[in-house]
Design a protein around this ligand. Structure first.
Ligand SMILES: NC(=O)c1ccc[n+]([C@@H]2O[C@H](COP(=O)([O-])OP(=O)(O)OC[C@H]3O[C@@H](n4cnc5c(N)ncnc54)[C@H](O)[C@@H]3O)[C@@H](O)[C@H]2O)c1
Length: 254
């Protein structure tokens, strides 16, 4: 377990990543927040207590990720945790997915997560300080969902990279875990429903109501609830590695 209380978080301008940045900061960590949307990131987090840096970074660019990780290490005074959270959603089916969609979703969700995980692993192993990496997978690491062909395959890949990296990094005292959220109230889902509504699928409110009814707990998840699970894995679950922590309101329990 690292004593360093610096954390690097990707996708921190919105949703789960933003909630995680705020939670780590509240709990006394020094946060280096990264996002492809540098303007939104700065607007929401720059100058806030506990925010050491706001870094514009496209996780699909491996050199940019290496540079942002180095900047985060310097700005926070030393990383003890990395949260590889950024990702995108595109709706498609096995018959309908285009080559361009497949490239885009694998470039960001799979390669971007690998670039972040790899940069974190290299840094933490070289520094010999231990530490923790938390990735953001999905309930789709456990179940298929029609209309989510490309997205689901990337989240299965994140679950698998979590397991193997956990085993490879355990001798170095670096833990690797993933959160697996069900539907979370974020801009990502708003956009999916807005697109479906524009294509004639009914009202956005009706889609949210239908979504909430899917979950045994009778509602969808808040970004803060996923952030709490991320924080637990990063800072408190000191004997957990290779774990896939569900925050899905019981959806995949049945
Ligand atoms: N919202 C859900 O229902 C849900 C469920 C399970 C998993 N997730 C996962 O949680 C993570 C965060 O999603 P969210 O719901 O908070 O979405 P969001 O759209 O609210 O936030 C995602 C953030 O990632 C950033 N981002 C996108 N592409 C990027 C890139 N190439 N480089 C750097 N930053 C990039 C966006 O600018 C945005 O700020 C994603 O990996 C998503 O797949 C979301």
């Amino acid at each position: 377990m690292s004593d360093n209380k610096g954390v690097f978080i990707t996708g921190a301008a919105s949703g789960i990543g933003l909630a995680a940045a705020r939670l780590f900061a509240e709990r006394g960590w020094s946060v280096a927040a990264a996002d492809i949307d540098g303007a939104l990131l700065r607007e929401r987090l720059h100058g806030q207590p506990g925010i050491a840096a706001t870094l514009q970074c496209d996780i699909a660019d491996s050199e940019a990720v290496e540079a942002a990780m180095a900047a985060a290490e310097a700005a926070t005074g030393g990383l003890g945790a990395v949260v590889a959270n950024a990702g995108i959603h595109i709706r498609n089916s096995v018959c309908g997915i285009t080559d361009a969609e497949l490239d885009r979703i694998t470039d960001i969700n799979i390669k971007g997560s690998v670039y972040t995980l790899r940069a974190a692993a290299r840094l933490l192993v070289a520094a010999r300080r231990g530490g923790a990496v938390v990735l953001t997978a999905s309930d789709q690491a456990f179940i298929g969902k029609p209309g989510n062909f490309g997205y689901g395959l990337t989240k299965g890949a994140i679950a698998q990279m979590t397991r193997t990296a956990a085993l490879e990094l355990a001798p170095h005292g670096v833990r690797v875990n993933a959160v697996c959220p069900g539907t979370v109230d974020t801009a990502m889902v708003d956009k999916i429903f807005e697109n479906a509504s524009a294509a004639g699928g009914g009202s956005v409110d009706a889609m949210w109501a239908e979504e909430r009814a899917l979950f045994p707990l009778g509602r969808t998840c808040t970004p803060r609830e996923v952030a709490q699970a991320i924080y637990f894995l990063a800072a408190e679950a000191t004997f957990s590695t290779g774990a896939l922590l569900k925050t899905d309101g019981g959806l995949t329990a049945g």
